[in-house]
Write a protein that binds this ligand. Structure first.
Ligand code: DX5
Ligand code: ZN
Length: 220
């Protein structure tokens, strides 16, 4: 079996207290911290960038799972590596012309490359990236339109997860958007093992319980 990585989305945290919010999630059992980087162009929202990752890095050794909802991911490789990012997941929709160069650079800088796709993007588009000589090591299947937390999970995206899991038994498959105790089972049985959850974790009376429910669903 593939191991679960539970990744609270810090987009739902109190940005004014990011270090303590991160610490709290790790104590609650989080494996990764999911960091949503948006540029106000690829998506109609603007969040954080390398300076905030760098500030957070001074307070934690945690795996920082960066999700780049930006039009020019190449521009972010060096600043994010310097800032201490761990994973660098870019969108396939913007990188058709240069993903090989991008993946190479991400690896050279010591980060783990991943590729994400919007709900409307066919899964076939990521196959070449998983099968490349220098491959991506994670595929993030968006289960909402990227841009905002708190949206409704799209169960029809599970077909993509099933296809990926069938083809690539040991690939890290991440789902992002609307995941929580009521939606995790379909995602886990489709084959997702990396679970991003923002509002369901931060909005819960016991985030710890939610994290443990998500883990149990994936690990059985
Ligand atoms: C949306 C982001 C997600 C978001 C998930 O564009 O990529 O990571 O924070 O939030 P929830 O879990 O509330 O849908
Ligand atoms: Zn995300």
């Amino acid at each position: 079996g593939v191991k679960a990585k539970i990744a609270p989305s810090m987009l739902s945290s109190d940005f004014a207290n990011l270090a303590s919010e991160a610490e709290r999630m790790l104590q609650f059992g989080a494996d990764w911290l999911h960091m949503d980087i948006m540029d106000g162009h690829f998506v109609p929202n603007l969040t954080i960038g390398a300076p905030v990752i760098q500030s957070l890095r001074k307070h934690t050794k945690a795996y920082l799972d960066c999700h780049l909802m930006v039009t020019n991911p190449l521009d972010y490789v060096e600043p994010l590596a310097k800032a201490g990012a761990s994973g660098f997941t870019f969108h396939v929709e913007v990188s058709q012309e240069y993903w090989q160069e991008l993946v190479q650079k991400i690896k050279e800088k010591g980060m783990r490359p991943g590729v994400a796709l919007r709900p409307g993007t066919p899964i076939e588009q990521v196959f070449p990236l998983v099968e490349a000589e220098v491959p991506v090591e994670l595929v993030l299947v968006m289960t909402v339109e990227p841009g905002f937390g708190g949206q409704k999970f799209m169960p029809e995206m599970m077909d993509k997860v099933r296809v990926l899991r069938e083809k690539y038994p040991s690939l890290d498959i991440e789902v992002d958007g609307g995941l929580g105790p009521t939606t995790i089972d379909v995602a886990a049985s489709a084959g997702a093992n990396c679970i991003v959850a923002g509002s369901s974790v931060f909005g819960a009376p016991s985030p710890q319980d939610v994290i443990s429910i998500l883990r149990k669903s994936v690990e059985g």
